[in-house]
Design a protein around this ligand. Structure first.
Ligand SMILES: N[C@@H](CCC(=O)N[C@@H](CS)C(=O)NCC(=O)O)C(=O)O
Length: 325
C-alpha cells in the first residue's frame, strides 16, 4: 500500500497495525471545506467557494469511502458540477493508479500515473497515505479534502444550489441523532470491518466481531418497524451504512472473516440494503467487479494467491443474493 514521507513515495507499512495487533486508522490530513461564500468551514482554511465546474473528485469504485461521495454526487444530480477521475481497483506497490482497467479513467486533471502524484502536486512535502476519495480544486491547484465524511457534507450542503435533484440528507433538527448513529455505524461497521479484517491478533479480531454484530443487532431492531434508519426517508446514516453492507456478503464475510452469523440472520438489514440500492441514482454507483477485484487481488497479505471465492460473485442485475433485485 505504501505512503509518502516528506513528499517521497515509499512502499512501506503505514504503522496502522499496533503491537497488540489492533488496526488503528490514521486520520485524514486535508480537512478544508468548500463553503457557499468561500469562508472557512468547521476545520482547515477558507478560500474554497462552491462553484460548478471548479472541483474534481478522485474516486475508486471499489472503496466504500469513495462510494459515499459517488452516491451523493449521483443522487443529488451533481454530475455536471463536479467531474470525476476513477482509479484502477487493484492498488499494489505504487498505491492507486489511473487507467488500464475497464471503468477506470486517466487522471483528468494533471495526467498523473499514480494517485500519490496528486498528493505531491498538492503538497510537495506531504507525509502520509495517499488515500481515496480526494476533492481537488482546479483554481488553487490543491486538495481541499481527503475525508469522505466531510466531502459528503459539502456535496449535500454548499453544492446543493447546483444539484439537479436536491434533497436535505441531514436535516438540522435530526443532527444529534444522525451524528450518534454515524458514530456507532462508523466504529462498529464501516471501520469495524477493517478493524476485524486487518487485525493481527485473536483479541483484536474478537473485539471487532463483537462490536460489529452487536451493532447489527441494534440496527435490526431499529429497522424492524422503520423503512430507513430514521424514518421513511433515507438520510446520511443510511448511505453510510449501505456502502459497507453492499460489500458485506461478497467481500467482508469471507475476506475479512466477518462471519459470526450470515446476513440471512438479519432480514431487515438486508432489506434496507436493497431499498437503498433501488433509490434513484444508487445502483449505477455500484461496481461489483471493481469491489471484488480490489479486495481479493490487492490485499496480498490476506489473500496471497489472489483466489476469488465463488461466493463473491454477486450479480446485482440477475438478483440480489438470489432474492430478486
Ligand atoms: N477516512 C478516509 C479513509 C479513506 C481510505 O482509507 N481509503 C482507502 C481506500 S478504501 C485508501 O485509499 N487506502 C489506501 C491506503 O491505505 O494506502 C475517508 O473516509 O475518506
Amino acid at each position: 500500500m505504501g505512503q509518502l514521507i516528506d513528499g517521497v513515495w515509499h512502499d512501506t507499512a503505514t504503522g496502522e497495525v499496533k503491537t497488540d495487533g489492533r488496526f488503528d486508522r490514521a486520520p485524514s490530513r486535508f480537512r478544508n471545506w468548500v463553503t457557499a461564500d468561500g469562508g472557512p468551514g468547521p476545520t482547515g482554511q477558507g478560500g474554497f467557494k462552491a462553484e460548478p465546474g471548479r472541483y474534481h473528485l478522485y474516486v475508486s469504485l471499489a472503496c466504500p469511502w469513495s462510494h459515499r461521495a459517488l452516491i451523493y454526487r449521483d443522487l443529488l444530480g451533481l454530475e455536471a458540477a463536479i467531474d470525476l477521475s476513477v482509479v484502477h481497483p487493484v492498488n499494489l506497490a505504487n498505491g492507486w493508479e489511473f487507467d488500464g482497467y475497464p471503468g477506470a479513467t486517466p487522471d483528468r486533471i494533471g495526467g498523473a500515473r499514480y494517485l500519490y502524484q496528486v498528493y505531491q502536486a498538492a503538497d510537495p512535502c506531504y507525509s502520509g497515505k495517499a488515500t481515496i476519495p480526494v476533492l481537488w480544486d482546479r483554481q488553487t491547484g490543491t486538495i481541499v479534502s481527503n475525508e469522505s465524511a466531510d466531502i459528503i457534507r459539502m456535496l449535500g450542503g454548499a453544492f446543493l444550489p447546483f444539484a439537479r435533484t436536491p434533497h436535505n440528507l441531514r436535516p438540522e433538527a435530526l443532527g444529534a441523532r444522525i451524528d450518534a448513529l454515524n458514530d456507532d455505524i462508523y466504529a462498529a461497521v464501516n471501520n469495524g470491518v477493517y478493524r476485524t479484517g486487518f487485525a493481527q491478533s485473536q483479541e483484536a479480531y474478537d473485539a471487532g466481531i463483537e462490536a460489529m454484530f452487536g451493532c447489527f443487532d441494534r440496527l435490526e431492531r431499529r429497522l424492524a418497524d422503520s423503512r430507513f434508519l430514521l424514518g421513511d426517508a433515507p438520510l446520511e446514516p443510511d448511505f453510510r451504512l449501505f456502502v459497507t453492507m453492499i460489500r458485506f456478503e461478497p467481500v467482508y464475510y469471507f475476506h475479512f472473516r466477518c462471519n459470526l452469523r450470515p446476513l440471512s440472520a438479519y432480514p431487515d438489514l438486508r432489506r434496507h440494503t436493497r431499498d437503498v440500492l433501488n433509490l434513484p441514482g444508487v445502483r449505477g454507483t455500484v461496481d461489483m467487479t471493481h469491489i471484488v477485484d480490489h479486495y481479493y487481488l490487492a490485499h496480498r497479505h490476506i489473500n496471497p494467491r489472489g483466489i476469488i471465492p465463488v461466493g463473491a460473485r454477486v450479480d446485482l442485475d440477475r438478483g440480489f443474493w438470489g432474492e430478486g433485485a
